[in-house]
Design a protein around this ligand. Structure first.
Ligand SMILES: [Zn+2]
Ligand SMILES: [Zn+2]
Length: 117
């Protein structure tokens, strides 16, 4: 089951909703996570399992928000996704402020607005 989130920033830029995670059938091959693009000034959904982390629009290399860890975070999470159960690798998006690609301030957070299959 995936999670729908709304990126929100103090600068009030209207970001689109993002569907994070993936479907049950492809959960081992797909984990959509938020990727900021400072060139397009937007946040996109990117499969973190792709070898290259490129903006889907302008192909600029970027770094997704959140991280893959084998050590569960003790901080509150907006979203997490089991990537490999054998090594217990989990993608985690902490509930904190991230750098906004529009105003470049550390004021961007994610709000969960729903779930999807
Ligand atoms: Zn871009
Ligand atoms: Zn902003």
């Amino acid at each position: 089951m995936g999670t729908m989130v709304q990126p929100k920033c103090k600068c009030k830029h209207k970001f689109k909703n993002l569907n994070l995670g993936g479907g049950f059938s492809d959960f081992k091959k797909s984990c959509i996570v938020p990727l900021p693009c400072f060139n397009c000034k937007d946040v996109f959904g990117l499969n973190i399992l792709n070898k290259k982390h490129l903006c889907p629009k302008c192909r600029t290399r970027s770094t997704p928000y959140g991280e893959i860890s084998t050590n569960p975070s003790s901080n509150p999470l907006v979203f997490d996704w089991g990537i490999d159960f054998e090594t217990s690798s989990t993608y985690e998006l902490e509930d904190k402020m991230y750098t906004c690609p529009v105003c470049k301030q550390e004021e961007l957070s994610f709000e969960v607005i729903g779930f999807f299959d």
